[in-house]
Design a protein around this ligand. Structure first.
Ligand code: NAD
Length: 458
């Protein structure tokens, strides 16, 4: 069997590496039009950082895992074609800022129709609006060679930062297909691939639309839990309750459960916001404005939380951060990834720069050019934004430290040493609740966290 995956990004690269590792008899080729990305996949420095990924790629690459820019060649050889291209939020026209931009999906469907020389199984791996399989099927069916394709939906549930672990041991694999003999046969073929390492009971098969919709709904529910606890964090700050204590107390209720109840400066990442906005747009398109409004509020609370964090910094710094150095520790949207898409740090840095602060950012995995481009725009310069080589350099002489990404190394910094090098009062704002506020206050910091009682409150 030969598998091709179009799109060598955060999803295509790791998922295909895992299939290649677990199925040594299947040839897996990942293709992408981005030559630099393919070159990186073929080099010693992979284009994405994920714990454990280097190892998986090293074991399979050159054996049965290949990375190439030859999209047409990959399509021709394959029996199964995964589509893992990006589906960003539309930035123009109808649905701007909310609907998914399906340009890349459509273009891939056309390329497959053009280059395929026999019928194949096409698998939607990208997250797409429900009913997209119809579009793909229609484009494929218009091929001039009379070829027949089966279209499946197989959304990816991996989380960046734990992608290898998630792929190795997924909670479930979801495969949606048409309820026809051909559809069932295609579903069984794909089930056969995953069943090499995933228990059969964890492989769910559904109709196409349930599968497509489940991915959007899963992300909406996950993000909703974060916005729920973040909304409560504001009430905690106002009342003296501690959001971690509240999360623990409610999370022990087995009906609620403990996961995704960590309050923070706000969620980021390429998926949550995009997928919720897309879900809300779909609801509106199907005449359900109340449902759309409900889900849109999850994103609104998240935006508010990010701005609220900086507003709090301003208040604590005597209502002005102008010309004060503020250290921003962490820029990736979460720890253990170099992905910065929709990172809360972008919003925090922009708000601080708007208030004329001198912002010094440090992240262990994100390159300086990317921090600048994400915050200011490609090629734009602003001397108020600097990138430090480590946390100590970022914090030296700063009026305040903000922890924006929960990288483990920020838990064990020598805060007494850092405190000694800061003007007083020295402030610290923990946007991830990872440091011991009481210990920092003992050192002398004016320290606060998200949803934490202010110093001196019982
Ligand atoms: N990143 C995640 O954690 C995650 C998790 C689950 C699902 N998803 C979904 O998976 C999809 C891919 O996400 P990603 O983060 O891997 O995106 P990405 O931007 O990292 O990668 C997409 C790749 O597709 C390539 N591409 C686009 N059009 C192409 C074409 N016509 N021919 C060849 N290559 C093409 C791009 O060059 C890019 O390298 C999205 O729909 C996303 O919503 C992402």
């Amino acid at each position: 069997m030969k598998i091709c995956c179009i799109g060598a990004g955060y999803v295509g690269g790791p998922t295909m590496a895992m299939i290649a590792l677990k199925c040594p008899d299947i040839t897996v080729t990942v293709v992408d039009m981005n030559a630099a990305r393919i070159a990186a996949w073929n080099s010693g420095t992979l284009p994405i950082y994920e714990p454990g990924l280097d190892d998986v790629v090293k074991q399979a690459r050159g054996r049965n895992l290949h990375f190439s820019t030859d999209v047409a060649g990959g399509i021709k050889q394959a029996d199964i074609i995964f589509v893992a291209v990006n589906t960003p939020t539309k930035t123009y026209g109808v649905g701007k800022g909310r609907a998914a931009d399906l340009t890349f999906i459509e273009s891939v469907a056309r390329t497959i129709a053009e280059h395929a020389d026999r019928g194949k199984i096409i698998v939607e791996k990208s997250t797409i609006p429900v009913k997209t399989a119809d579009t793909i099927k229609t484009i494929l069916a218009s091929n001039t060679k009379g070829l027949k394709f089966a279209v499946l939906s197989n959304p990816e549930f991996l989380a960046e930062g734990t992608a290898v672990k998630d792929l190795q041991n997924p909670d479930r694999v979801l495969i949606g297909g048409e309820r026809t003999p051909e559809g069932d046969k295609a579903v069984e073929t794909l089930v056969g691939v995953y069943a090499r390492w995933v228990p059969r009971a964890n492989i769910i098969t559904t109709n196409l639309w349930s599968s497509e919709l489940s991915k959007l709904v899963a992300n909406a529910f996950l993000a909703q839990r974060i916005s729920s606890i973040n909304s409560i964090s504001a009430l905690c700050e106002a009342t003296g309750a501690d959001v971690d204590e509240v999360a623990n107390a409610i999370g022990m209720d087995s009906r609620i459960g403990p996961k995704f109840l960590k309050a923070s400066v706000g969620f980021g990442g390429s998926c949550f916001q995009k997928d919720i906005l897309n879900l809300a747009y779909l609801c509106e398109s199907f005449g359900l404005p109340q449902v759309a409004a409900y889900w849109t509020s999850v994103v609104s609370i998240n935006d508010w939380q990010k701005h609220r964090f900086v507003a709090h910094i301003g208040r604590e710094l005597f209502n002005t951060v102008a010309d004060k150095k503020i250290a921003v520790l962490g820029f990736a949207f979460k720890k253990d990834t170099n992905d910065t898409r929709e990172s809360a740090a972008i919003s925090v840095c922009r708000d601080l720069l708007n208030e004329r602060a001198l912002v010094s950012v440090y992240d262990p995995k994100v390159p300086a050019e990317e921090i600048r481009a994400d915050t200011l725009g490609q090629g734009v310069e602003n001397p108020r934004l600097t990138v430090a080589k480590d946390a100590y350099e970022a914090c030296a002489g700063a009026h305040a430290i903000t922890i924006v990404t929960e990288w483990d190394e920020f838990k064990t910094l020598d805060y007494a040493k850092i405190f000694a090098g800061m003007p007083k009062p020295a402030c610290l704002f923990d946007g991830r609740n990872i440091v011991d506020l009481a210990a920092l206050r003992k050192i002398g910091f004016k320290a606060s966290g998200i949803g934490k009682p202010p110093a001196g409150r019982p």
